[in-house]
Structure formats: C-alpha cells, structure tokens
Design a protein around this ligand. Structure first.
Ligand code: PLP
Length: 386
C-alpha cells in the first residue's frame, strides 16, 4: 500500500523514551531528563527581539528559496572567518533547520545503489535519509579510545569506487567526540582517491571545551572545497531549536540543485526566522561564550560523577552536550540498563543502540540540564549500582 522508500523509517529513540518518562510523570513520579538533545536555555533575548521586530515589520513573506541575500552573505562571512576558508554567498543554502541540508544534498547526490558511509553510533537522520534516497547504508563503527572517531581500519576496508558520500559529524551526537585532524586528513585523502563527497555535520562546531576554538572542519583541507558540504545551523549554538533555522555550504552548482529541491518542497525558510538568525551571527557573541562555559562545567560534573559509579566508565568528550558512558561491566544491555534506571531511579536517558548497533554497551546522556539535577541523578544511580 505504501511506497517502499519509507518502510525503513523509525521513530527517534529520544521521543520514545520521553513519552515513557512523561507517562511516569503523569502518574506522579519525579523524572530527571537526559534524553533530549536540546539546549535548556531560552533563545538569547537579542535574537528573539530581532525575530519579533521582524514580524512586527511585516517580514512574514516568502523569501528566495535559498535564503535572503543579506542572510546568505552574513553566513558566508561568518563561516569563512570561523573556519579560515573562503565561502561565497551563492554557496550558502538556508533551510528550515539543519536537517533539510542533510536530506536534500543526499537526494541530490546519491543514486539508488550508491554506497554511503556514515558513523555508527550516529545521528539517526543519516541512515534514514540514505534509505529514502535509495542509497546503500554502510555504517562504520566509532572507536571509544580514539575520541569516538571512525575505526579507520574498517573505513579503509569499506570505502570503494561505489562510495558516493561519506557523512561525518564532529563534535558528535551521540558521543561528544571530536574527530582528530589526522583522521580528517585520512578521510579527505580517501574521499579524493575514490571521488566521493563528504557531508560534514558541524552543528556542534562551536560547543567545544578545554580552551579549543571551533572544531576543525574537513572543508578547510586541501582540495576538499569542491567535494564537501558543511551542514550547520542555529538550533544548538543559539538555543533556537523551535525557530527551524539552519544552512548548508557547498559548491555553487550543488547549491543550485539543493535550492531547487527547497523551491519544490518547503518553498523557503520563514522570513522572520532569517532576520533573527542575522542578529544571532552579527550580534554580540558573549552569550554563546557563557553558555558554552556552563556546558563545560556540567560536562566536568557528569563525567566525574559517572566515573565514580560501579561498572561505568566515561570518556571526557571535548564537544557537544552529550556523554556516552560505557556500561559493559554492568552485564546489562543498553536497553535493559536504560529501562531499569528509568523505572527504578526516575532517570531518563537513551540506550546507545538508539544510534545504531555499535552503540550497544553504551548510554547517551544529554547534559542540557542543571548541575543540581545532574548531581541528584548520579546519587540515584549510585543507590542502584551499589
Ligand atoms: N545534526 C546533529 C548531529 C544533531 O544532533 C541535530 C539535532 O539534534 C541536527 C543535525 C539537526 O538540527 P536542526 O535540524 O534542529 O538544525
């Protein structure tokens, strides 16, 4: 009855756990939430005000499908300065959220039967959209000891002439890991050798710690500008998830095709949201610095807390707002552990397998939550784990 291309689609794990947690809350239980990957801060006030002003001024119409000229220009300047690269405004495609800049470039590049390499555990949208495009999903496991970067031995075995696209994500959801520069160089060399494209999901590029500037981009490596799509957006850096505002950066010809896909699907991105985004990148960045410093404090508390628990070991990730602790020593599967702590301790978190089969033996916690709640949750877990 339905077209085959949607048969493989599944609900995101976070929504299933949230629904279960909310059912428990409705029955009077107190639940501490670590399942949703969404900043717990409000959109910064200068940005919200710019959006409201735009609505009051009638900025409520269609815009050119790939975004207003002023916004594309501002994004090009911001992205160029941050990554030490040179981007022209006609390489920028604005979209309602970053996700369409995963879906549409994949649709524009991948023919049925083409192979697409992507991280596992990884953001579930990659596998979902590869399938819709008719591509063959080729998951590459991540290695805990190497900051959850690709297992490059496996990567080297899997890449071949049929590989059309390689998806990378740094800093990563779900692990928080940042791909080391040497690994980016390895991936770039293989992409050039096999004439593959790279889709680099950099939505957490500015949420990095330990004095690091933005996470390095593969786009900046020699010869990669002609085969790389950067996906970025406003959801995480500026706490703007509900505004639906993101963008892609890619070679001009691909940008034109992705622009056409936008034309015939969503039409354009909300005009007032683009005005808010313009304020976000051209306005004061102090608030971003403050929020990142707060995430870093929380990361330190949650990593130390998890490492103090029996059977759990946790790497200290350098980016995003996720930790991906290893629970293999507890003898429980990820699913068993996640259900157990939700029911027994009221702590909602995700099994690593929500992000693919190589996530078995791990959990994902989003620490977009207060230090007080993090500490409370750690003590509840301590009681369970003994
Ligand atoms: N990429 C990654 C790795 C993410 O974690 C998310 C959101 O959770 C997105 C992309 C999409 O973000 P948005 O569509 O809100 O811009």
């Amino acid at each position: 009855m339905y077209a085959d291309r949607t048969n493989h689609l599944k609900e995101e794990g976070a929504y299933a756990v949230l629904a279960k947690a909310q059912a428990l809350e409705a029955s009077g239980r107190e639940i501490i939430h670590f399942e949703i990957g969404q900043p717990d801060f409000e959109t910064f006030s200068n940005i919200s005000l710019a959006g409201m002003r735009a609505i009051a001024n009638g900025r409520t119409r269609y815009t050119p499908p790939a975004g207003t000229p002023a916004f594309r220009q501002a994004i090009a300047m911001d992205a160029s300065a941050r990554r030490g690269i040179e981007i022209a405004p006609n390489q920028v495609v604005v979209s309602p959220g970053g996700k369409p800049n995963i879906f549409f470039p994949t649709l524009a590049l991948v023919n049925p039967g083409d192979e697409v390499i992507y991280p596992n555990p990884g953001f579930p949208t990659y596998e979902a959209m590869i399938g819709v495009a008719g591509g063959v999903p080729v998951p590459v496991p991540l290695v805990e000891e190497n900051d959850f970067s690709f297992d490059l031995d496996v990567f080297d075995k899997l890449i071949n002439e049929k590989t059309k696209l390689i998806i990378i994500n740094s800093p990563s959801n779900p692990t928080g890991g940042i791909i080391p520069k040497a690994d980016l160089e390895h991936i770039a060399a293989a992409a050039k050798k096999y004439d593959a494209w790279v889709l680099s999901d950099e939505i957490y590029a500015r949420i990095v710690y330990d004095g690091m500037e933005d996470a390095p981009s593969i786009y900046a490596l020699s010869g990669m500008d002609e085969r790389t799509i950067i996906m970025d957006g406003f959801s995480k850096t500026y706490a703007m998830t509900g505004w639906r505002l993101g963008y892609g950066i890619m070679p001009k010809e691909l940008a034109e095709r992705v622009g056409l896909l936008l034309t015939h699907s969503v039409g354009s991105t909300a005009e007032f949201a683009q005005y808010a985004g313009l304020e976000a990148i051209t306005g004061d960045q102090e608030q971003v610095t403050k929020v990142v410093a707060e995430y870093e404090r929380r990361r330190n508390v949650i990593v130390d807390g998890l490492n103090s628990l029996n059977g759990i070991s946790c790497q200290k990730p350098q980016g995003a707002f996720y930790v991906f602790p290893n629970i293999k020593a507890t003898g429980k599967t990820s699913d068993e552990f996640a259900n157990w702590v939700l029911e027994e301790a009221g702590v909602a978190l995700l099994p690593g397998t929500s992000f693919g089969k190589y996530g078995e033996g791990y959990l994902r916690l989003s620490y977009a939550n207060s230090i007080e709640n993090i500490e409370k949750a750690i003590e509840k877990l301590r009681v369970l784990l003994g």
